[in-house]
Structures are given as structure tokens and as C-alpha cells.
Design a protein around this ligand. Structure first.
Ligand SMILES: [Zn+2]
Length: 149
């Protein structure tokens, strides 16, 4: 049975954001521009979107643990986040967040950049939901944040 996901309607998603500028070598630029012509008639935005949507790589664990071990694997954990909605703080559970687990000492480590980006992304998402009179969920899946609904 088809279940409708509570995604954003297309009209609520105008294309108003730019990606940061990316410095490239001459060869890199040539490669990307030629591939965009080959695959998306030169439409760079569509080319990048296609690549990202088809990127199903599993994140790599951190290379070394504080204990010295290099035997780490990716695990997916649920974590609680405090978000500010108007004048109240809500607890939101973010499920399926990738973390590195050390198989020697059992430590679970997170990526600082990912943690910082998630904080920005969640703040932006909550603000968007408030401004658009959408409900604030108690739980958000990490996977929902890296796909288009
Ligand atoms: Zn360890």
C-alpha cells in the first residue's frame, strides 16, 4: 500500500538557495562540465542533484579511537536534541544517526562536523515548520534529512 509521506509540497520548495562556490582545477572543471552536458544537457543543478540522490555510500567510521584501535565500525543511534520553539524548549529524538563504534573499547564517537551541521539543519527545519504552521514532530529520522520527500 502506498503511504503518503509528510513531505513538503513542491510549491513550498522554491529554488532559492545557492551552493557555496567550489574551487576546481582546469581538468576538474572540464570533467564536470562535459559530464553535465552528457547526462543532463549541461544543466549543472540537475547534474549535481542526480549525483547526490544516487549517492548511496555508507559513511566511513573514524580511522582511530582514542584507545589506539583502528577497528571501528558505523552504527546508527538515536539521540535526543533540545530545540527551541517559540518560548518553549522541546526534546526531539533524531533517529538513526551514524556514529563510529570502537570494537576494542566500545567507545561511541561522533563526527564534530556532522553534529554541528545537524544542529543547523534541525534549527532551520523547526523554524521552517513553525513559519509554515506544520506540526513539530517528536522524532525525526536522520535518513529523512538526507533524502527528498
Ligand atoms: Zn577504542
Amino acid at each position: 500500500m502506498h503511504t503518503k509521506k509528510a513531505g513538503r509540497h513542491k510549491s513550498e520548495n522554491p529554488r532559492t538557495f545557492d551552493l557555496p562556490k567550489t574551487r576546481l582545477t582546469r581538468e576538474e572543471r572540464r570533467m564536470i562540465e562535459l559530464k553535465a552536458v552528457l547526462h543532463t544537457k549541461g544543466n549543472m543543478a540537475e547534474y549535481i542533484r542526480d549525483l547526490v540522490l544516487n549517492d548511496t555510500r555508507i559513511p566511513k567510521p573514524m580511522p582511530t579511537c582514542i584507545c589506539g584501535s583502528t577497528s571501528l565500525k558505523i552504527i546508527y543511534i538515536d539521540e535526543e536534541r533540545e530545540v527551541n520553539v517559540g518560548n518553549q524548549d522541546l526534546i526531539l529524538t533524531l533517529t538513526g544517526v551514524p556514529r563510529s563504534e570502537c570494537s576494542s573499547c566500545g567507545r561511541i564517537m561522533g563526527d564534530m562536523r556532522l553534529a554541528a551541521k545537524l544542529e543547523n539543519v534541525l534549527d532551520e527545519e523547526i523554524l521552517w515548520r513553525v513559519n509554515n504552521h506544520h506540526i513539530i514532530p517528536k522524532q525525526i529520522e536522520f535518513n529523512e534529512l538526507v533524502t527528498l520527500t
